[in-house]
Design a protein around this ligand. Structure first.
Ligand code: ATP
Ligand code: MG
Length: 333
């Protein structure tokens, strides 16, 4: 039972981190267990410098990749955030619930804001308020579970705080959601910079990022060139050897093993990398094949998104109308 909501931003091509940290669980687990909604959160892509044509292209591509990963429109609702006005309607009420101090504390705001400043760009106000819109995305659907990677934990915590505060002030209106994460690979590291997470946007997306649509040989090359640690022994130790630990986690996620147990079956980094490369290539093979089929029929994807938006709107409208009444706004005649 219960309801699941989660999303991806069309800021770049989907990565192995997005897949292992979030999308795969939606396709293999969540849509079978709960009433699930998955969203291409396009408004969030406008919080940093963006190219309109690219956002449009990446939005359709993200939806296509999610279907290729196994989201079944018969089992879940797949839609685009900007197609359902209730998200921005609710976001305003939550801006009246959040404080500027709590938003300035968000790690992603600090990191992405610093990056924009370093590039000589202004920091968009929406970069500060983005976690409030994300809270609206979640709360508009009376969501119980939010399956996300580790980097989103802080934003889901904020969402919970806002829901509780709103309910206390105005009477019970929102379900208080909780974040869920995969047992392993909730934070896949950049293969070239294991101190940072693998990210799809901006300058992060270098040779240490594996994209789910990469050709098998490209995946192999990126994995074989992964930065490892200065030792030679294969051990699972995140602090002392983050590069090797990352490879072990990816292998564990692909093969269903345990990172520490897998470590003991390798005596060289080369052998480990070869197995990781093949495991990732095999994991992504059906996704790539299905993506090629779906990409040949964009009309189908558009129709899935149209129907998804209709279903999502029907749910969100009731919740958001209730919230509007609760804060004291006069109901529309
Ligand atoms: P951006 O750099 O634009 O924020 P992103 O790669 O972080 O891109 P998002 O659309 O923000 O992608 O996140 C989509 C989902 O993927 C979220 O649930 C997020 O937690 C998860 N995710 C992102 N990167 C990783 C990662 N390296 N490991 C595990 N999960 C991840
Ligand atoms: Mg992100």
């Amino acid at each position: 039972g219960g309801r699941t909501f989660s999303g991806v931003k069309p800021t770049g091509h989907l990565t192995l981190g997005n897949h292992l940290g979030a999308v795969r669980g939606w396709a293999e687990r969540d849509q079978y267990r709960t009433e699930s909604l998955f969203c291409v959160v396009d408004l969030h892509a406008l919080t940093v410098e963006h190219d309109p044509a690219r956002v449009r292209r990446l939005s359709r591509q993200a939806a296509t990749v999610l279907l290729a990963a196994g989201l079944d429109p018969e089992r879940c609702t797949l839609f685009v955030q900007s197609h359902v006005d209730e998200h921005t309607r609710l976001s305003y009420l939550l801006e009246c619930t959040a404080t500027d101090g709590e938003l300035r504390r968000m790690v992603q705001y600090k990191e992405k804001g610093a990056r924009a400043r370093a590039a000589g760009e202004g920091v968009r106000l929406s970069l500060l308020t983005y976690p409030v819109l994300m809270a609206a995305d979640i709360l508009a659907y009376e969501t119980d579970e939010v399956p996300v990677g580790e980097d989103q934990t802080q934003h889901v915590e904020l969402t919970r705080d806002l829901a509780v505060r709103f309910n206390q002030r105005y009477g019970h209106t929102f379900t208080v959601p909780r974040a869920t994460r995969p047992p392993v690979a909730a934070r896949v590291r950049d293969l070239q910079d294991p101190g940072s997470k693998m990210g799809k946007s901006g300058a992060e997306a270098g040779p240490g990022v594996v994209f789910v649509l990469d050709e098998p040989d490209v995946v192999r090359r990126k994995v074989m060139r992964a930065v490892t640690d200065s030792g030679t022994e294969v051990r699972y130790d995140r602090a002392a050897g983050p590069g090797v630990a990352n490879l072990l986690e990816v292998l564990a996620a692909c093969t269903g093993g345990e990172p520490a147990a897998l470590a003991s079956s390798y005596s060289s980094y080369g052998a480990l990398k070869r197995d990781v490369a093949e495991a990732v290539v095999e994991l992504l093979r059906p996704l790539r094949a299905r993506h090629a089929e779906l990409a040949a029929d964009p009309g189908h994807v558009d129709q899935v998104l149209r129907e998804g938006a209709e279903r999502a709107r029907a749910v969100a409208r009731q919740v958001v109308d209730r919230a509007y009444r609760a804060v004291g706004l006069l109901p529309r005649g």
